[in-house]
Design a protein around this ligand. Sequence first.
Ligand code: ATP
Ligand code: MG
Length: 335
Amino acid sequence: MLEVIIETHSLTKNYGPHVALDSIDLKIRSGATGLLGPNGAGKSTLIKTLLGLIQLTSGDGSVLGYNIKTEGDMIRQRIGYMPEYDCLTPEMNAVDQVKYCGELTGMNTSSAHRRAHEVLEYVGLMEARTRQIETYSTGMAQATKLACAIVHDPQLVICDEPTNGLDTKARSFMLDTLFQVVKQGGRSILMSSHMMDDVERVCERMLMIHKGKLIAQGKIEDLKAIDREIEISVWGGADKMETGLKDAGMKPRRSGRVMRVVRIDETTYDRVLEIAAKEGVQIRRMEDYEPSLEDLFLVIMERLGYTVKTSSDLLQTQPTARAVAPAPSRPGGEF
Ligand SMILES: Nc1ncnc2c1ncn2[C@@H]1O[C@H](COP(=O)(O)OP(=O)(O)OP(=O)(O)O)[C@@H](O)[C@H]1O
Ligand SMILES: [Mg+2]
């Protein structure tokens, strides 16, 4: 059993009349956890409450065993925080900036200096380390923020939208680096994002919040297993195939010549083939459909009664083509 590093009970944060976090009960274990949610979901607010940076309205919680209401300073010494906002000093160079961050956590000057070089190499900034930060690209600035967060070798790193504003190459490098932070250092990460792919690249577990409410938490693998489906592509007779599947009680979801049915077990393939033979329909392709986190998000939102057409309605991700409508509600999952 992995150690619980973050726990909250009925955590609530109001900004005036606006409920930004609505009675959140969390249990985060060591390892890499993604905090997913669309813009305005409450991700940054949750992170700031965990760091003891903002006061709760009600509820309580702990990070690494320290109380978030009363021991925020202890928490901040022990974790590395990469905020979403710009926190760097433009006229400093990266070495001085990272060294300064190290000193703020209590490191002496010489070890902070040595560690600054080590972590800057780690985040790919060795060559540019003596340049002023104001000359940096967004990717370089984000990498500097990460270096600041890990300079004191914290047990837990909390990153708020680490890939924000990055192009494909810089984003990929950042995600690889975060993955290594966990894998090589045996550290834990909590990273927020509104990009499903980012979380999937780095994390084993995830939390999903929407409008201040926790809507799912658990292992990505388990949450995704909720939707195991088979995707079938037919040639001619798509209507007949759909009817045949429906008659067999398989509840197909269809878009043109592509349809998906729930994969009950390995015999589902045979049943589909039998139906195709009976209906005289040619199957061009049939394979397990690997749901993306985006699919999962849509399923969860539907279960909660939201009407969601595409992810871009709710998430500011790159729009991805969805050939098939969202999956119907299904029980299961860890909520
Ligand atoms: N200081 C504040 N005063 C008033 N409302 C706030 C404040 N900070 C956040 N909010 C509101 O609380 C909600 C949650 O904001 P938060 O920044 O936590 O969302 P987020 O999930 O981090 O969004 P994003 O993906 O855009 O960073 C939003 O509706 C936001 O407008
Ligand atoms: Mg935010």
